[in-house]
Design a protein around this ligand. Sequence first.
Ligand code: AMP
Length: 125
Amino acid sequence: MPIDPGLPYDRANIFARILRGEVPCKRVYEDEYALAFHDIAPQAPVHVLVIPKGAWVSWDDFSARAPDAEIVGFTRAIGHVTRLLKLEAPGYRLMVNMGGHGHQEVPHLHVHIFGGRQLGAMIAS
Ligand code: AMP
């Protein structure tokens, strides 16, 4: 079920629990601003999620309210992960689902990194 992005941050969401170390993840990268780990149900040969360390519900929440340093740190971390995974030459796709129409399911901002094959058209018809 898509989330309601208007709700306050839910500290019990699965990515908050991963950040607190209560739930394991297959970690790819971590720094002061971000944690990256493999998606539990990959939809491409490479499917990694990058999440900010701060408690941001969605892209809308983060882009409107996060301090500049967190936005810069998170953005750089995503770039770092794509290079760590050697995706820059073949290419890759970043995706953020936001709210109901975006079909966001976890109420903690996450950027999907897809790669490892030709990804085709942008949105399925
Ligand atoms: P979204 O629809 O953008 O909210 O995507 C949520 C993503 O989180 C899905 O691709 C799920 O497979 C993934 N996911 C949910 N729980 C976990 C988990 N415990 N570890 C890794 N990925 C997860």
